[in-house]
Write a protein that binds this ligand. Structure first.
Ligand SMILES: *[C@@H]1O[C@H](CO)[C@@H](O)[C@H](O)[C@H]1NC(C)=O
Ligand SMILES: *[C@@H]1O[C@H](CO)[C@@H](O)[C@H](O)[C@H]1NC(C)=O
Ligand SMILES: *[C@@H]1O[C@H](CO)[C@@H](O)[C@H](O)[C@H]1NC(C)=O
Ligand SMILES: *[C@@H]1O[C@H](CO)[C@@H](O)[C@H](O)[C@H]1NC(C)=O
Ligand SMILES: *[C@@H]1O[C@H](CO)[C@@H](O)[C@H](O)[C@H]1NC(C)=O
Ligand SMILES: *[C@@H]1O[C@H](CO)[C@@H](O)[C@H](O)[C@H]1NC(C)=O
Length: 416
């Protein structure tokens, strides 16, 4: 907490958000009256803190279904990911996982001892128990997506992940993330909280996943290169270097930055779909659930854009304070649109006029601005409010930040 506050000191609105976050109760919900549910949310919390936080405000029925969707896919992923399991043993599990989730009492203990989420599979009988208690409509959606993803994983495990064209890139991201978007949309519609249109627009649901996945793939370049995984399409990097690893050579710095902005444009191309998808989501808690990961992604893209650090440092990520601030501000459509405008402006402002993608980025940023203004006119007032908070920091108003910290410490002492 102390180091997070220090990092956010020049951003008073973040310090405030951090303090409020720290003082807020850890979990809003108590699951102790239901043993199955308690175990499930324990697993969710162990496998993904961030997802466990985002899911909070959904109502119980939808929350359980989405929690189980997540845990089932995480189980599948934990088998796929484990390189200590031989391929011929692994493949049948990947291809039949959608049937395994109907087998009461099934556990899996063959993961290597270092596999992070090993325990989830050792106690997978709990997940199956929860799954079998869901309404059949949710079970069918989860099983269908699991089947498609498991087969996709089996394909990539056999043939290798060889991302040559931009279409290959989209296809890979569809299997690992787009399918999740499709499944969530079907669940929103099945719950009756959203219209049938949400499930019908599969193109938009797919883009929701692709935008997140492509942002991560762009951010994680160095880490993936080290682990011998290559997700950047050759159709892109091949324009700048002969071999993908050459992007990290200091003498290729200029080319590497051009390649990076090419990857950024490729990811940003999904934003118009993201905004269109979000405009279909009418329910407040579903909206927040969908919007938070997307605003994190555009904030991350803003951090990555023109940032050579991605080639020299692993773990380039937005400040904790910024994350908490984004979650706090994503509660309504107008502020989410304002956040998109805010980051689009920063991205555009950072672009290098000599970069070959300068114009493309400018066009997309302009389009974001225009879509938000026409669909969410209230976002202009929100933008001014957010900018006032952000600007107080960037103009070097350390005093404000210091006052907030002092206030927080005083408040903490009062509470303690
Ligand atoms: C307990 O939780 C499970 C899974 O979340 C749910 O399906 C079940 O209906 C709950 N049982 C009771 C008695 O509320
Ligand atoms: C979630 O996990 C964290 C540690 O990872 C732990 O401190 C917290 O108590 C857990 N919360 C629940 C509800 O299990
Ligand atoms: C929004 O959806 C949640 C379920 O996540 C539900 O509890 C709530 O009643 C819905 N609100 C409206 C206004 O439809
Ligand atoms: C799965 O594990 C649970 C405890 O983690 C145990 O109670 C159950 O019997 C196991 N099921 C099988 C089929 O081994
Ligand atoms: C992207 O990265 C974030 C942060 O590491 C993670 O929480 C999220 O699940 C990832 N999303 C996708 C779609 O890979
Ligand atoms: C735009 O960039 C310049 C420096 O390149 C910076 O001083 C200015 O604050 C930026 N404006 C916005 C709105 O981000």
């Amino acid at each position: 907490m102390a180091s997070a506050i220090l990092a956010s000191l020049l951003h008073p609105s973040e310090v405030l958000a951090l303090v409020q976050y720290k003082l807020a109760p850890k979990t809003k919900y108590d699951y102790s009256n239901n043993k199955t549910r308690e175990r499930l949310y324990h697993h969710l919390n162990m496998t993904s803190r961030s997802f466990a936080a985002v899911i909070q405000d959904l109502d119980d029925e939808l929350k359980d279904a989405i929690c189980l969707f997540y845990l089932v896919l995480r189980g599948l992923d934990t088998i796929e990911d484990d390189m200590t399991i031989d391929l011929e043993i692994k493949l049948p599990y990947l291809k039949t996982f959608h049937e395994i989730i109907y087998q009461k009492g099934w556990n899996f203990t063959e993961n290597g001892p270092n596999e992070k989420d090993r325990q989830l599979l050792v106690e997978f009988d709990t997940v199956i128990e929860g799954f079998l208690e869901l309404k059949p409509a949710y079970q069918t959606i989860i099983a269908d997506i699991t089947k498609r993803m498991g087969n996709g994983m089996a394909h990539y495990a056999t043939a290798g992940i060889n991302v040559v064209t931009n279409a290959d890139y989209d296809e890979y991201c569809h299997y690992v993330a787009g399918l999740v978007g499709l499944g969530l949309s079907e669940m929103f519609t099945a719950s009756g909280f959203e219209s049938p249109m949400v499930a019908e627009r599969k193109d938009l649901s797919n883009s929701m996943g692709l935008f997140l996945q492509k942002t991560n793939i762009t951010r994680d370049f160095l880490e993936d290169l080290r682990d011998n995984r290559r997700f950047w399409p050759e159709e892109i990097w091949g324009k700048y270097v002969d071999e993908i690893k050459d992007l990290t050579e200091p003498e290729n710095k200029e080319k590497a930055l051009q390649c990076l902005s090419h990857m950024v444009v490729n990811a940003m191309a999904h934003i118009r779909d993201v905004l269109e998808y979000l405009s279909m989501i009418k329910n407040k808690s579903c909206f927040k659930f969908c919007a938070i990961p997307q605003v994190m992604a555009i904030a991350t893209l803003n951090l990555l854009h023109t940032n050579y650090m991605i080639y020299t440092h692993e773990n380039v990520k937005i400040r904790k304070g910024e994350t908490v601030w984004l979650m706090k501000e994503s509660s309504n459509v107008d502020s989410v649109a304002a956040i998109f405008r805010l980051y689009a402006r920063q991205i555009n402002n950072k672009s290098n006029p000599l970069d070959p993608h300068f114009v493309d980025i400018g066009v997309i940023c302009g389009e974001i601005e225009q879509i938000c203004v026409s669909k969410y006119p209230g976002s202009t007032a929100e933008l001014h409010r957010l900018q006032a908070g952000v600007m107080a920091g960037t103009s070097g108003n350390v005093l404000t930040a210091a006052a907030v910290v002092a206030g927080a410490i005083a408040l903490k002492n009062v509470i303690a």
